[in-house]
Write a protein that binds this ligand. Sequence first.
Ligand code: ADP
Length: 629
Amino acid sequence: MAAQVHGFQTEVTKLLKLLANSLYSNKEIFLRELISNASDAVDKLRFLSIQDPELTKDDPLFRIRVKADEKAGTLTISDNGIGMTLEEANEHLGTIAKSGTEEFFQNLSKDQAKASQLIGQFGVGFYSAFIVADKVTVISRSAKAGPDEAVRWESDGSGTYTSETVTKEGRGTDVILTLKDTEKEFLSEWTLREVITKYSDHISTPVWLWEKETPADEKKDAEPVWHWVQVNDAKALWTLPPKDIKDEQYREFYKHISHDYSDPLCWAHNRVEGDLEYTSLLYVPKEAPWDLYSREREGGLKLYVQRVFIMDNADAFLPNYLRFVKGLVDTADLPLNVSREILQDSPVTRKLKKAVTKRALAMIGKLAGEKEKYAEFWAQFGRVMKEGPVEDYSNRDEVMKLLRFASTKSGTAAQDVSLEDYVKRCPEKQKNIYYLTAGSYEAAANSPYLERLKKKGVEVLLLSDRVDEWLMANVPEFEGKKFVSATASDLDLGELEDKDEKEKKDEAAKAHKGIVERLKKALGDKVSDVRVTDRLTDSPCCVVGNRDQMLTPQMRRMLEAAGQPVPEEKYALEINPEHPLIGRAAAETDDAKFGEWANFILSEALLADQGTLKDPSAFVKSLNALLLK
Ligand code: ADP
C-alpha cells in the first residue's frame, strides 16, 4: 500500500509555525519532550502488562534509547513502550487532543513574545521535534499488533504528513529526526549526554545512549568500539528521601510531569506511613495555566500505585479550587487495577483527598511566609483560592487565612491584606469586618460609601474580583467577626458610633424633613425611599439597595451579561444635607425646577454607584440646564 498524504489539523499547523520562532532559544527541550513521550509510552505498557503479562513476555526490560548517526545526520529516540497503530499515529500525531485547543489558538495574541510564552505553557510535546528537524519519521508498532502491522509516519512539518503500514521487528516507537544543518550539535555525544541527564535523570525508565568507547592510549589506532551506556539514574524521584534530592532535580521533575517551561514557584514532598500509606509530590506553577477557568480543563495529579503509573489527571485527590496544583500521588492503598470510576467513590480516595488537600494547603501556607513570592502566587491564583472557603467547608478557616485583599489601609490595588492582619489591628470594640464590593479597585476605593468609615478610621476591605461577591454572600464570618458590607442600607457601626453621633443623626433627620419630603414627592416611584444619611462626608448623595434584594450592582451586571432577566431594582436615595449642592436644591422654590434638581441628584448617585445610566443623554441635558442657570 502506498503512503497516504494527510493534512494536519489547523491548530497543529499554527503551532508548528509558531514553534520555530518561539522556542528557538530553548530548543534543546525537544529531547525532553520526546523522552517524556517515550517514558509515558513505557509507563502505559507497564500498566497494561499487569493485566496481560503476555504483552511484554518477549522483551521484558523496558528502556529508551538515543542514538546519533553522524553520517546520516539523524538522531533517533526509541522506546519499547506501548507503540501506535496506523490509526493511532494519524490521530495522535496529526491533531492536538487537548480540550479548548481551538479557543487557545484563537485567543493567541499577535504579540510574538507573548504567544511564545503561552506556547510553552500549552505544552508542545511531540511537535517540538520540528524545532531542530527538517524531517521527522516515526516508525511504531503497537504492543498489541503483529510485525506487519507497524506504521511509518513522516512529515517535514509544513502542513502535511504521510503514513503507511510497514513491518517492524519489536514493539514500540522510533522517532527519527533528520536534523537541520544548523542543529548538528545534537549529534554530539557530549551534548546529548548533558541534555539527557539534565532533563531526564529522574524518570523511572533507563535511558541508554549510543556511545563511543575511548580507546586506551596503547590502542590509539584501533577502531572505536560503540556500545550502549545508561545515562540516567532511572530512579523515580519521589521514592528518594527528600534530603537526597537537590532543588534542581525537583525543578526538572516538575517540568517533566507538567510540560511547563518555567520553574515551579514551590513544592512539597511528603512520605507518609501508617494508617494511610502514600507519597505526594506537589507543585505550584509560577503562572496560571491558560485554561484555568475552562470547564473542560483536565486537571489533577498523576496517580501511581506502588510506583506503577496508573493515570494522568486524577482529579479525585484535590478539591476544585486547588486545581492549579500539579504533581503526583503514589500509594500502596489502592489496587493496581483501579479505574477512574472506582476512584471516584472509594473510601481510600476520600482519605487521600483529605490528606493531600492538607499537604497542599500547608505548602501554600508556607509560601505565604515569603511575602514577595506570595504576592506572585496571589496574582496568579488568588481568584481561584477565593472559591475555597465556600467549596471546602472542612478547611474553611485554613483557606480564609490564605486569602488576601486590598484595603483602605494599604491604599494600593495590591491584594496583600490578610483577614488575620485586619482582625489584629482593628479596635476591640469593632465587631464586624467591613468590606465594599465594586466593579474595579478604583471604583471601590473612591466609593462615597467609604466616607464616614474612613473618617472614623475603620479599615474596609476593597473587593473587586467577580468571585468576591459570591464569597461574601456565602461566608458569614471570620474569627467571630461578621462580614458587613459598607453599602448596607442600615450600616451599623455598633459601638464605633457614640451616643452624640446618634443624637446628631436624629436631629439632622428632623431638621431636614422638608427637603426629604419634597424629594420623595418629586421622584415618586423612581425610588423606594429618601432619607438623610451620615455615611457621607464629601459627597452630596448616594443610592442604597434594598437589603432584601440580594442583587448587588456586580451581580446584576453578571446576570445581564449572561442574558438572564434582571428584576428592576429600586434604590433608596440618601442625601447629605450638609453638602452645598443639596442646599442649592433646597433653596429652589419653583416646583418644576426643583423636579429637575431631584432627577439630577438621583442620576448622579446612580452614576457614582453603577458607572452607567439608563439614559445618559437626559442626564447630560439636565446637567447643562443647571450649569447654565
Ligand atoms: P502529549 O504527550 O501532551 O499528549 P504529544 O504531542 O507529545 O502530546 O503526543 C501526542 C500523542 O502521541 C501522545 O499522547 C501519545 O498518544 C502519542 N505518542 C507520542 N509519542 C509516543 C511514543 N513514543 N509512543 C507511543 N505513543 C506516542
